[in-house]
Ligand binder design. Structure first.
Ligand code: FAD
Length: 366
């Protein structure tokens, strides 16, 4: 039996922030991760051309909170990067989110939402904020590829992430005051966050859970259904298969922006193409010959290490609540993070949530 005050399972943002705060407050902490690298999905590698590639899809850091921005910059410098996206409509590339000039040109100025009232599903929620033509071109098939089901079976709440613009602002999040990417990459940034904290990699806690009895608290940031051996059934997830190609002859860029979405079934099964060089500091990118492109194709993974997005429908939300009830009944155990709470968190949200949870632990378990 191994004893430690706080055992933290998972070195992703949630586990790393909680570990950092407990460690800084003088608590005894050990972090375990079953992957061969730290940082969870916040990770990158450098391609032999010198181009930095985010391992688990593009990660754009942004926050409206000065506190979270200050916290993030404790572990490494950031350079300014504000994502701007395009959608490939096969006969043209249009801005995403949809700009006002596209709507004026294709729909006109006098349009009214087709749906009013309380939307019961994703399609109704989308038609309450955008013209049908826009929904069918940019949103419907993209989400059918992303989730693998008809759009009218998805939850209305998923639509909260969409907007229709009244101008042609190209930046994805123009209102967000703090945006950027870590100067030395995500892996180095996460290493900085875990600096000085004992960390064991390639170690699956669930395979050895009987050996551990943390004196104060177990913080588990893996999938909640896996923690309970899937006893109530499996929660559904989507993941992405990533296919990388290096184009040595491209002098500058192969596409106009770092991310080009592929919203139509006719464009193929992938949902987006990333060109990582766009996300590098411009002076460094300018020195590199060639470019790396990555396409992402959604699928339903069965291996928990590949779980990325919780599935947005009522059946899974209800199943999660049944697991949550079980989790709340456990003593000295906190199940949290995007997999533990079965909830999509942006990085800043994951940090904010983890700070709150760590403060609570410090207060409750002095
Ligand atoms: C495709 C994609 C794109 C994204 N893009 C953005 C973006 O642009 N901007 C943004 O702000 N956010 C983005 N995010 C969100 C960001 O990745 C999350 O906020 C962040 O990863 C949450 O961290 P976490 O620690 O909760 O989870 P994770 O990063 O998943 O960390 C959990 C860790 O626990 C470990 N673990 C699980 N089970 C066990 C076990 N039994 N034993 C040992 N270890 C275990 C895992 O190996 C993993 O390392 C994106 C997410 C995805 C999936």
């Amino acid at each position: 039996m191994f004893n430690i005050d706080y055992l933290i399972v998972g070195s992703g943002l949630t586990g790393a922030v909680i570990a950092r705060m407990l460690h800084d407050a003088g608590r005894e902490v050990l972090v375990l991760d079953r992957r061969s690298h730290w940082g969870g999905n916040v990770h990158d590698t450098t391609h032999e051309s010198g181009i930095s590639v985010h391992t688990y899809g593009p990660h754009y850091f942004r926050t409206s909170s000065a506190r979270i921005w200050d916290f993030a910059r404790r572990f490494g410098e950031f350079y300014k990067y504000e994502a701007a996206l395009l959608a490939d409509l096969l006969d043209e590339r249009a801005a995403w989110p949809i700009g006002a000039s596209y709507i004026r040109r294709v729909i006109g100025t006098d349009w009214h939402p087709e749906f009013s009232g309380t939307p019961l599903n994703f399609e109704e929620a989308a038609l309450a904020i955008m013209p049908r033509k826009v929904y069918e071109t940019f949103v419907k098939e993209y989400n059918e590829k992303q989730w693998g089901v008809p759009a009218d079976t998805l939850a209305a709440s998923l639509c909260g992430r969409f907007e229709v613009r009244h101008d042609d602002e190209p930046r994805l999040k123009p209102a967000c005051p703090y945006q950027g990417l870590p100067l030395h990459g995500y892996a180095a940034w996460m290493r900085g966050m875990l600096q000085g904290i004992p960390l064991l990699l390639n170690y699956d806690y669930l395979a050895h859970r009987r050996r551990w009895q943390p004196r104060k608290c177990l913080v588990f940031t893996g999938p909640i259904d896996e923690f309970f051996s899937f006893e109530l059934g499996r929660l559904a997830y989507r993941g992405q298969r990533r296919s990388h190609s290096y184009l040595p002859d491209v002098k500058h860029f192969a596409q106009p922006t770092g991310q080009v979405n592929n919203p139509l079934h006719a464009g193929g099964n992938h949902i987006r193409t990333l060109e990582w060089k766009h996300m590098m500091r411009p002076d460094l990118a300018a020195k590199i010959q060639g470019t790396v492109l990555t396409t992402e194709t959604p699928y339903s993974p069965s291996n928990p290490t590949d779980f990325e997005y919780p599935f947005p429908d009522d059946a899974n939300a209800q199943l999660y609540q049944r697991y949550r009830l079980r989790a709340e009944s456990l003593e000295r155990t906190l199940i949290c993070g995007r997999l533990g709470e079965y909830r999509y968190y942006d990085m800043d949200q994951a940090i904010g949530r983890a700070i709150t949870l760590a403060e609570r632990l410090l207060e409750q378990l002095p």
